[in-house]
Design a protein around this ligand. Structure first.
Ligand SMILES: [Fe+2]
Ligand SMILES: [Fe+2]
Length: 293
């Protein structure tokens, strides 16, 4: 698929995803279902392609629970996009408008971790379900609105007036959000969704720390930076618990889940790496971005 077609597909899916999970009152349910069907065919074609691209790598994942978790944790250094030079540059060199542009893209690529976890935990056995409930409760600020993670990111966006730059995000950011929603909303990808969410917890802290350092260097106050400061440490704990309480028991109960969990993780990291490469080429120019890759 050419980048023009990818662009059109991801803008289409993004428009659908913005409202798909919201409750609504329709008078013609059959017509709603027809539209839903067309969008989901489009979505599933995209998700299947992304998973097929990482399948042979995913088959290398061990099917023994302990060895699977060790393999999964190895993705933190060996996975696609890990150690991308974009992040040290954001920490040390990006100016305020470059940082705002980056945050606008990241916000566009954010599918709402809380809703994704809520969808992914359906019908899981108790141990995995309970860990995902604890994770969800943290996303909910443990019952305090000001501590909810989604609104915390929105407040940073408002403080830096990111909306002014978010009108036209690159398609790679939309593809990242579309992938996460496609995995979580279709139960045929239940294990892949859990692998993808787990690898976010595993790999987010390193990036969050560098973004937080960049924001601090640019004079952004602590309260506004809280989303990144928090995820630099909290997600380390979330990842350990996810691997121990969700991944290991699921692989123990069904060894064939290992490949699907690995597929989701690798597809998510690959989609992230595609974003970082595009961000570098937009922020640094094509040649400098290619030299750094
Ligand atoms: Fe979070
Ligand atoms: Fe987390």
């Amino acid at each position: 698929m050419g980048s023009g077609e990818s662009e059109r597909q991801h803008r289409r899916l993004d428009a659908y995803n913005r409202t798909r999970l919201a409750p609504r009152a329709v008078s013609d349910g059959a017509r709603w279902l027809e539209r839903e069907h067309a969008h989901r065919c489009d979505e599933i074609r995209f998700v299947d392609q992304e998973l097929a691209a990482v399948r042979s790598w995913a088959r290398e994942a061990p099917t023994d629970p302990e060895r699977f978790v060790a393999w999964f944790e190895g993705l933190c250094s060996l996975g696609p996009g890990q150690g991308d030079p974009l992040f040290p540059w954001l920490a040390r060199e990006a100016d305020a408008s470059q940082m705002r542009w980056f945050l606008a893209q990241e916000t566009a690529g954010e599918a709402g971790f809380d809703d994704l976890v809520a969808l992914a935990q359906l019908k899981l056995p108790p141990r995995a379900k309970l860990e995902m409930a604890r994770n969800y409760w943290d996303e909910m600020g443990r019952g305090k609105e000001h501590a909810m993670h989604g609104p915390m990111l929105e407040r940073l966006g408002e403080e830096l007036d990111v909306a002014a730059m978010a009108a036209d995000p690159v398609w790679e950011s939309l593809a990242l959000a579309n992938l996460m929603m496609g995995l979580a909303a279709n139960r045929c990808y239940g294990y892949q969704a859990i692998g993808a969410l787990g690898v976010i917890e595993l790999t987010a802290p390193g990036r969050a720390e560098q973004v937080n350092a960049g924001l601090k260097r640019l004079g952004v106050r602590g309260e506004a930076r809280r989303y990144f400061a928090l995820h630099a440490t909290l997600d380390v704990k979330h990842a350990l618990a996810w691997n121990r309480e969700v991944l290991a028991p699921l692989v123990a109960a069904d060894p064939s889940a290992a490949t699907a969990l690995a597929e989701g993780a690798l597809a998510r990291l690959t989609a992230g790496a595609r974003c970082f490469a595009r961000y570098r080429s937009e922020l640094w120019g094509e040649d400098a971005a290619a030299d750094a890759a």
